[in-house]
Design a protein around this ligand. Structure first.
Ligand code: AGV
Ligand code: CA
Length: 312
């Protein structure tokens, strides 16, 4: 039985690499894609998703739904602009969007529809804010029974990754963008695997990774991810606020191959207001989540590359 997966992302470079991984994973069936303009802008995020599905999706019938989610705490414009660059890459524009359609409804409603239509519970993969899942649960709380598990890249129990005024840097960006959504999802009994910053810190993007991919450009998938990862900064001498990690790609890899990671159950909650809004923290009264706290670095990269090399 193929595991049905619905993917909601926010069109950062690693979100879009995750989309390619899903398309190249025959053990799952991708039943829908939603795009939220958090770490990106909506039009290029949607278009790049359509082009990746058209170029690498082997004629799979997958639509891309546009989110209507909003925030009071937007991502830095410099990071959001990367979505225009990815969308402009010749490797994606050679064939364009083809027949890949935009879903007729907003992303949260598309999620509700796809869940209600599914015969078996669906696995959710969210690599941006949880806004569309929270909105979907508000529209129809009964969808909870159709969710097998949620894999989410977000949160941290240590130092945050936000350098903004009036935030105490205890939060991770996807949680910070919409803390109320985290709270809404935490208020359910959905099984959650949370890939927080702790494990993603073990997989920074480095120049060695770029070189390894450059040397294998004959694989079109590695050529594509090499071009995508060329537009974001690697970890060189020291970490800066813009240093890129393989956050979402790790989350996708963990879903596809849980032998790469170590997980433990922790009880936790989220702060929704004030200077610490978006901070996730452990507390005995919190809800249980499967916290991914460790990854085998070399096995992870080997897995990523083996999946990406399948692209034709
Ligand atoms: O906080 C990590 C999330 C991931 O979903 N995103 C990037 C990944 O897609 C936000 C983010 C944090 N630091 C960043 C981010 C950076 N230096 N550049 C771009 N995005
Ligand atoms: Ca993301």
């Amino acid at each position: 039985m193929l595991k049905s997966v619905y993917f909601n992302h926010d069109a950062g470079v690693d979100d879009l690499v995750s989309l390619l991984m899903l398309l190249e994973s025959p053990e799952i069936k991708l039943i829908g894609v939603g795009d939220v303009p958090a770490d990106s802008y909506l039009e290029p995020g949607i278009a790049a998703s359509q082009k990746i599905i058209n170029r690498f999706g082997n004629d799979k019938q997958i639509t891309v739904a546009a989110s209507s989610a909003k925030t009071n705490d937007p991502f830095p414009k410099e990071w959001r602009m990367d979505s225009f660059t990815v969308d402009a890459l010749p490797i994606l524009n050679e064939f364009g969007i083809g027949e890949v359609q935009i879903a007729p409804k907003a992303a949260h409603l598309d999620l509700v529809d796809k869940l209600l239509l599914a015969e078996e519970p669906v696995t959710l993969l969210f690599t941006g804010p949880l806004s569309d899942l929270a909105a979907a649960l508000d529209v129809n709380p009964a969808i909870e029974a159709k969710i097998a598990r949620l894999y989410w890249m977000g949160g941290t129990f240590g130092v945050g990754n936000i350098a903004e005024p009036e935030q105490d840097n205890t939060a991770e960006w996807n949680a910070f963008w919409d803390p109320q959504a985290v709270k809404r999802v935490w208020d359910t009994n959905i099984e959650i695997d949370m890939v927080a910053l702790e494990s993603t810190h073990q997989v920074p993007l480095t120049n060695a990774d770029r070189l390894r991919w450059a040397k294998q450009r004959q694989y079109i998938g590695l050529d594509f991810i090499g071009q995508g990862y060329a537009i974001v900064p690697t970890l060189t001498h020291f970490e800066t606020n813009s240093t890129y990690f393989l956050w979402d790609v790790l989350t996708t890899a963990h879903m596809l191959n849980p032998t790469l990671t170590k997980t433990k159950v922790v009880n936790c909650d989220v702060i929704t207001t004030g200077q610490s809004r978006g901070r996730t923290f452990m507390t005995p009264t919190g809800r249980p989540v499967n916290f991914v706290y460790d990854v085998d670095h070399d096995a992870f990269f080997a897995f990523l590359e083996s999946v990406i090399k399948r692209a034709k």
